[in-house]
Ligand binder design. Structure first.
Ligand SMILES: C[S@@+](CC[C@H](N)C(=O)[O-])C[C@H]1O[C@@H](n2cnc3c(N)ncnc32)[C@H](O)[C@@H]1O
Length: 278
């Protein structure tokens, strides 16, 4: 396991993923009853954009930096508020990982469980949330966590699956993990991020998801680059199972605007469709 998210923190893929995550978390505020957020591959929690690693790739400059510097888009206001919350100086210094984004949306009655397998990343995560009674951090395999933590006692909430895709088996592991999770907790919201490099593995993934028999899967894709190279991250997607009311409508409006802010090529594109309807 070599993956270090700091090299990619705040890039276009993070922005897309965390904008969708913010919309999902915000939708859980519609009811006062508590919710639980489970992050199966949590990372370090937040990232220093001035660090050597982040500066080496500079990926954040075509991601969060562009949004930070531009006119705010109305549907990303909550997401940007979460980014501002960890940059109290008013300068873009840190980028919040999914745990810090989610923490921003927790109300006093809500809680979250963060799983991370890599020792260093997990130590950073533990340090970041030390003493926070609404947060549990465990050094644990995220897929095993789907068995251990679902269904949550709150009976409402969200699971984010955001693995590193270092191995070709990751797509299979996700599908297997989702089968287990959905059997245990069919009404939860599940958000799964995936990379788009080569199209064939993505198409196989979509077919395998459909074959699970799980209903209500919304598919959003965000590709700032054309799909003419299998070696570059051309774009990425999110599958949302049990998407909340109005998410589709919001994404239909928001994704083209976000793409205009982050596009890298005239052939950039977004897509939104139901992989499996209700
Ligand atoms: C893409 S990063 C997560 C980024 C984070 N979700 C965010 O949005 O800020 C994937 C993380 O999964 C961790 N990881 C890899 N295999 C894992 C496993 N089997 N279970 C839990 N975490 C794992 C890696 O160490 C890495 O920190």
């Amino acid at each position: 396991m070599n993956y270090r998210h700091v090299f990619h923190a705040g890039n276009f893929a993070d922005v897309f993923k965390h904008v969708v995550l913010s919309l999902l978390l915000k939708s859980l505020h519609r009811k006062d009853t508590p919710f639980c957020y489970l992050d199966t591959h949590a990372g370090a929690g937040r990232y220093d954009l001035t660090s050597e690693a982040a500066q080496k790739t500079g990926e954040y400059r075509d991601g969060i930096q562009r949004l930070w510097d531009s006119e705010p888009l109305s549907d990303v206001a909550d997401y940007l508020a979460a980014v501002h919350a960890i940059n109290a100086s008013g300068r873009l210094h840190y980028y919040p990982g999914s745990p810090a984004i989610a923490r921003f949306f927790l109300r006093p009655q809500d809680r979250m469980v963060l799983l991370e397998l890599q020792a260093d990343e997990c130590m950073a995560l533990q340090a970041g949330f030390a003493g926070d009674r609404q947060v549990v951090v465990q050094r644990q395999d995220g897929y095993a966590g789907l068995k251990a933590y679902l269904p949550p006692m709150e009976k409402r909430g969200l699971v984010l699956l955001d693995p590193p895709y270092e191995s070709n088996r990751e797509f299979e592991q996700i599908v297997a993990g989702l089968r287990v999770a959905h059997d245990r907790w069919a009404s939860g919201i599940y958000a799964i991020w995936y990379p788009i490099k080569d199209r064939p593995p993505v198409e196989r993934f979509h077919r395998a998801l459909t074959a699970t028999g799980i209903r209500k899967m919304l598919l959003a894709e965000f590709c700032p680059f054309p799909e003419d190279s299998g070696f570059r991250l051309n774009g990425c997607g999110m599958v949302v199972i049990n998407p909340p009311w109005k998410l589709e409508e919001t994404l239909r409006r928001l994704l083209p605007e976000l793409l205009d802010a982050l596009r890298q090529h005239p052939a950039a594109r977004t897509a939104l469709s139901w992989l499996v309807p209700e």
